[in-house]
Design a protein around this ligand. Structure first.
Ligand code: FES
Ligand code: FES
Length: 172
């Protein structure tokens, strides 16, 4: 299966996938066992989108500056665009596709109609779920701090904050 680097704005020549390096990285994605023997420096985001075909996770900046690529590694929010495959060995990776349907955060997102264009929203939801795992009753300040690395060009921040408060009431 070919990896569509062009889709991510990257030249194929920037990436070397080598089967001969002898690396075998084993990990889980959404509960399923996976193995990867390509370039250990390849970003996890590329694996998720182009190898695993889990395209709910988005590419925004590629530099850990926007949060569009947020997934969970062992339950904590990480930026998959700057997480190399060599750092996911043994880990449980969860993407938006692995979140239970109608998770309280998604329910609140729908009820409050948070998304506008939607591009940033899977990253926002993954970050919010990780926040509520750590802090079941976040204040406005806690939410602003935790979500500060997740940018939304449509300016949905007020609705995101309201949805997190609503989800917190359901999950508490
Ligand atoms: S694409 Fe990863 S933080 Fe922007
Ligand atoms: S909803 Fe459009 S970028 Fe956030």
């Amino acid at each position: 299966m070919g990896i569509n680097f062009a889709k991510l704005g990257l030249a194929t020549s920037q990436v070397v996938l080598s089967k001969s390096e002898g690396h075998m990285i084993r990990f889980r994605v959404n509960g399923k066992e996976k193995s990867f023997d390509g370039d250990p420096d390849m970003p996890l985001l590329w694996y998720l989108r182009d190898v695993a075909e889990l395209t709910g996770t988005k590419f925004g900046c590629g530099m850990a500056l926007c949060g569009a690529c947020t997934v969970h590694q062992n339950g904590a929010a990480i930026r998959s665009c700057t997480t190399p495959m060599k750092e996911v060995g043994g880990a449980d990776i969860t993407t938006i596709e692995g979140i239970a349907p109608m998770h309280p955060v998604q329910k609140a997102w729908m009820e409050i109609r948070v998304p506008q264009c939607g591009y940033c929203q899977t990253g926002q939801i993954m970050q919010a779920i990780a926040l509520l795992k750590e802090n079941k009753h976040p204040s406005d300040q806690d939410i602003d701090t935790a979500m500060s690395g997740n940018l939304c060009r449509c300016g949905t921040y007020q609705r995101i904050r309201a949805a997190i408060h609503q989800a917190a009431k359901e999950t508490a």
